[in-house]
Design a protein around this ligand. Structure first.
Ligand code: NAD
Length: 244
């Protein structure tokens, strides 16, 4: 794969409008489990699968169980960006990368200094109450309570993340699509491309002419045969190798 790394380096050098589309695999090297890898959340013992716990109906019916899972699996303290986040930040600083479109809700791209980050599924760093949509700063939330309540109206506080059964933000969607349509290099990394509509966005990439589609993932997937270049491995190691 020395040749593949050299090829990716060359593709990046030639590109002027890079868009990165990523998922949970971007953050596993930071210590956050993804959903579908063998060591991901699906393969751990829970009373319900993560997709059910992180659904709108489940949150409304069982907020206590929702928060138990949420605090244990998504609010892991001390999590920091890894070399994948930092490599993408450098690419943006060099003026080559125009957008990071992420399915992640962990805020690690921003923590690494990236500016043009489109969070398709929201962020665990923003909260609001279900009744009046009062915005509550995360540092003011008492997570020692089994269900955090709004200090203004005492309704339940929820994270500003897109739960299963909920729609995506139209503005973020349309801006993401515009970036993908303008891209001359789309790098897809650390995602199983199974969560829709997010995964469908990559279909807007104009994959013709000298435009390149690159995939970086730990394991094989359905899109592999469509790509100009596929690298199997840890995305943090791969990106830090090819981005100076
Ligand atoms: P997924 O779990 O379905 O797929 C992750 C993919 O990344 C897998 O194909 C896996 O092989 C690959 N991968 C894991 N570690 C990798 C590494 N170090 N380098 C390269 N590839 C690696 O995740 P998804 O496609 O993002 O879909 C899951 C949904 O769950 C998303 O909608 C996301 O919002 C949410 N989620 C977010 C986080 C987070 O914010 N960190 C964590 C778990 C799940």
């Amino acid at each position: 794969t020395k040749e593949k790394l050299a090829e990716l380096k060359e593709i990046i050098q030639k590109a002027n409008y890079i868009v990165f589309f990523g998922g949970a695999g971007v953050s596993t090297e930071s210590g956050l489990p993804d959903f579908r890898s063998v060591d991901g959340l699906y393969h751990q013992k829970y009373a319900f699968p993560p997709e059910e716990i992180l659904s709108h109906d489940f949150f409304m019916a069982r907020p206590k169980e929702f928060y138990q899972f949420y605090k244990e699996k998504l609010l892991i303290p001390g999590i920091l960006p890894n070399p994948a986040h930092y490599a993408l930040q450098r690419l943006e600083e060099q003026g080559k990368l125009k957008a990071i479109i992420t399915q992640n809700i962990d805020g690690l791209h921003q923590m690494a200094g990236s500016k043009a980050v489109y969070e398709l599924h929201g962020s665990i760093h923003r909260y609001y109450c279900v009744k009046h949509h009062h915005q509550i700063p995360e540092e003011e939330i008492d997570f020692s309570k089994s269900i955090p309540l709004c200090p203004h109206c005492h309704s339940i506080i929820r994270p500003d993340v897109v739960l299963y059964q909920e729609g995506l933000d139209e503005g973020i969607l349309s801006e993401s699509i515009a970036h993908i349509q303008n891209a001359d290099l789309l790098i897809i990394g650390g995602t199983s491309l199974t969560v829709y509509p997010a995964a469908g966005l990559i279909r807007y990439f104009p994959h013709h002419g000298s435009n390149k589609l690159v995939l970086i993932n730990k394991e094989e997937g359905r899109l592999d045969t469509e790509c100009d270049l596929v690298l199997y491995g840890k995305i943090g190691e791969i990106l830090s190798e090819v981005v100076s």
